[in-house]
Design a protein around this ligand. Sequence first.
Ligand code: SF4
Length: 266
Amino acid sequence: MNQITIRASSLGSLFDCPASWYAKHIERIQMPRSPRSLIGNAVHHAAAAYDVSRMNKSGLTINEAAGAAVDYIKQYTTEVAWEGLTQKDVESKSIELHQTYCAKIAPNYDFVAVEVKCEPITIKVGNLAITLTGEMDRIYQSFDGGMGGMDLKTGQNAVSKDGEVATAEHIPQMGVYTVLAEEYYGIELTEPFAIAGLSTTNGQAGIGLIHHAKHLLLGNPETGEYGLLHHAGKIIESGNFYGNPRSMICNKQYCPVFNRCKFRGK
Ligand code: SF4
């Protein structure tokens, strides 16, 4: 049986553009980081510091936690292809988004776990053994005691100008987190998976909900209903890693084969 390891955060991009996914995750072609991805990572760092402090009641202020974003940016500044945004832009945007998250999103949630690194799980799909890995941003507890996952997403299109957070593209990733966290903690995540969106263009924040992420990922083996993981396995087993030039990541900043992609006529 063939085996492959897939990170939760990469699974959605397999459906988006299989050719780009193959280049990044099978051929392992590295790309310099973009300023916007650095913003995402920096906000994750600072928001996690703040939420851990809330959980432990250690009293870190929002501004003190913002220091984690600035430290993170300074640490990775040499790995970034600086185009479109300067380091100063990235620092101020990261702090702004961190403050928005802490003021508008975090207070609405009671977190019981922050940055959860779960054990990998292997699931058989046809003749392929898929080992799923991932680190989940948050687990929250609702008023009636039910638990659910949360993931922070920053990006130009993370929140529309009407305040809506797109969720469909994140379903595979949140399905994997649900499977991993349930197994790791021996719990059931009964609440919807919350996507906390933070827009890097208009500064808006919002929440989008994904219901039944685990079911959408795994389907129902009893009724023979296929889930997204089955379809991922079929693409990988077929070896047909076709391109999608209409993908949002079809851009030289995000795709390592942009300049030699036959699906773009190169
Ligand atoms: S250039 Fe576009 S179509 Fe080609 S692999 Fe990259 S994202 Fe896909």
